[in-house]
Every structure is written in C-alpha cells, then in structure tokens.
Design a protein. Sequence first.
Length: 271
Amino acid sequence: MKGLIRREFILMKKALIISAVLYILALAASALWLLSYRYGNLADMPDFERNGYFEMTRIYTPIIIATIAMSASLIGQNKQTTADLRSGWQKFSYTLPVSEETLAGSKIAVRLILTYAGALLSILGEVFVAAISGTDVHHNMIFLIIALTLWMHIAALEIPAILHFKDTKILYAISTGIIGLLFLIEFIITKKIEPLFNTRAAEILDAARKKDPAATFETLEINPIKFFIEVLQPYIDKAAAVLKIIFIPTALALIFISYKWTVSELKRRAM
C-alpha cells in the first residue's frame, strides 16, 4: 500500500505545488491587508469605521485560508482519479498482485492525509492571522475548522463516485445542487435567527436611551461583528458541544462507507 500511496502523491505533485503556492499567497495577502489597518493607507480611516472593517477582515481571512488549505489538494486527487480511468491505469492495476481492498485503502488514506494536513494548515493560518493582527486566536474559528474537517470527510465519497460515474462532470452538478441546498438552509436559518438580533438591538437601544433619550442605534457605534457574535455565541457553544460528540463516530462512518463503496466499484469495474 505504501507504494500506491507514494504513487498518488507523486502524480499529484503539480496540484500539491499549486495548493502550496495558493496557501502562501493567501497568508501574504492576509498579512498585508491586516497590517494596512495599522501602518498602511487604511490606518487613515475614522476609528469606528476602521475597527469595523478590521474585525471583518480578521474573521474572513482565516476562512479563505482554510478553504484553500482544505480543498485545493482534494481537487487534485479527483483529477488524478479521473486521469487513471482515462489512461487505463485503473484496468492495468487489476493485473498487479494487490487486492481491491488495498487499492481502495490507498486512495482513502491519501484523502485522509490531505484532509488532516489541510486542517492543520487551517489552524496554523488562524494562528498566523492572530499573530499578525495582534489578537487572540478565535476559538470560534477553530470550531469552524473542525466542523469543516468533518464536512471534508463527506468529500471522500467523491472517490467511489468518480469510479461509478467515470468522470467528475456529474460531481460538479451534484456539488452545485448541494451548495444550492446549503444556501437554502442558510436562508432559512437566517430568517429564524433574525428576531434574535432585533430583540438584542432593542435591548441595547433601550438601555442607551435611559442615559440619553436621543440615542439611536447608529450613534452608539456598535461593532457589527462583535454584536453578531455576541448574539450567536450561545448557539455556537451548543453546536460545538454537539460536534465534540458526533465528530469521531460520524468521521469513522463516512470513512467506512467511502472505503466499502470504493471496493465495490473497483470490483465492479474489474468484471
């Protein structure tokens, strides 16, 4: 199996190099962007406006870094799996003295290595952004990275899906449908939690008007990012508690399903 794993990484060398370059560029761009709020042209903005944009940048840059770290290399493996089918390697591999279980195990192993390497690089990206911005590491971001890592276990199903459909085009259509479903879920959740923000905003405004009857929500200069997190933090904490419980069993179940399906597809194509 070691030889098969080594082969996957050798053939993915170009994709890995591109992923590494994109990751480094994302780190560099994040550093320049964040430092410009203190030393660059963005430092000349009014304090309240600058702080608001800084907080937004501080949150979104690690998300961009994590997205690159966890997805770029996986795309490379998908393309390599498709290339193996087109080149005839997949059929040739059946003449080798290795079982379908070994072939499937090597592909799933590579996917897991890429996933957890991406998770580690994502966490390092958050630490890097925190150091550059002079802020603490955001525990909510670590939770998001862990949640994304669990989600990426679902991506392991792409391997047997490619073997089944013989191409990645159908996967793009399926992925588009899944993304559309996620946006729909996000829209529904947003509608559900909107009253929470309205209620909290009313509470803040009522408290402020006890001191200044002329106070408005705009004149209070409330940081929108901090306000957003303050309202959602109890729900984020609950989600984090649930994630701690379901992460390992869900990840193992997805790995098992991906492995068994891959073995099944390899045996089917060998017939």
